[in-house]
Design a protein around this ligand. Structure first.
Ligand code: IPE
Ligand code: IPE
Ligand code: MG
Length: 247
């Protein structure tokens, strides 16, 4: 295996931002941008599968996005329901296992049924895990995890919180990409992104394709991840690993 194949991020997380501006630039309604965003996500899922990424986590609707105009919110709910129904066949064909992450209790019946159905239908797939964060907030996630531990009268430790968090089924993201040019987290994976490499792309989400994804992965491959250690310790550990692999 070559060095670059080895360092493909296992888990990529993306704040898919810029749909509204993409549409506005074309004098289209914002929802047209969100529809294009679904196409970009389909493409990105396929690309991640091809590149050997094992987990893709995307931010599709934040707990703060309810504050948007009513017609945009209802358009996004409708789009989520229809995308779930339409995409499930190709997710199955491509070995993608879908998880919907977020506060389901506030979602309408149609969206909830759609996501439960898509999750059930893709439950046997193993090639790529796709976490769609919908009505998700990082603060909500930490609070719901703490609440669950309290209800079970368990001590609140870092390990227990990690286990109670809504992404406990996957390791933390290695690379966190935000499209659309903004350099902020906007209440995405507050707990899980503690040591993610951050990458900000100027591309609006509907324009994010192979070129942009590969640029983000190439940038990631140049980083030295230290997790609190010194650079020298990391270099030393790598050379130890290489020499023991040779013997
Ligand atoms: C991201 O695109 C998608 C959602 C938040 C649902 P935006 O709709 O935020 O796009 P901009 O930032 O207004 O361009
Ligand atoms: C973050 O984008 C949420 C999603 C991409 C779903 P926003 O467009 O809502 O973020 P802010 O409001 O610019 O911080
Ligand atoms: Mg935005």
């Amino acid at each position: 295996m070559t060095e670059s194949l080895k360092s493909v991020p296992h888990h990529i997380a993306i704040v898919m931002d810029g749909n509204g501006r993409w549409a506005q630039k074309r004098l289209l309604p914002r929802l047209a941008g969100h529809k294009k965003g679904v196409d970009a996500l389909r493409n990105c899922v396929a690309l991640c599968g091809e590149r050997g990424v094992r987990v893709l986590t995307v931010f599709a609707f934040s707990s703060e996005n309810w504050k948007r105009p009513e017609d945009e919110v209802s358009g996004l709910m409708g789009l989520m329901a229809s995308a779930l129904a339409k995409e499930v066949t190709s997710l199955k064909a491509n070995g993608v296992r879908l998880h919907c992450v977020g506060n389901r209790s506030q979602l309408g019946e149609k969206v909830r049924a759609g996501l439960e159905d898509a999750e059930a239908q893709t439950a046997g797939n193993e090639r790529l895990i796709l976490n769609v964060c919908f009505n998700y907030g990082g603060r909500w996630d930490i609070a719901q995890a703490a609440e669950r531990l309290c209800a079970q009268q368990l001590p609140i430790t870092e390990e227990a919180l990690t286990e109670a968090m809504s992404l406990a089924h996957v390791p933390d993201p290695d690379l966190l990409i935000r499209t659309g040019g903004e350099m902020r987290i906007s209440n995405f994976l507050l707990w899980q992104a503690a040591y993610s490499e951050l990458y900000f792309s100027e591309a609006l989400w509907p324009d994010f394709g192979a070129k942009e994804l590969d640029a983000a992965i190439a940038d990631f491959q140049q980083r030295q991840r230290r997790f609190g250690k010194t650079g020298e310790q990391i270099v030393q550990a790598k050379s130890n690993k290489h020499s023991s692999a040779k013997h």
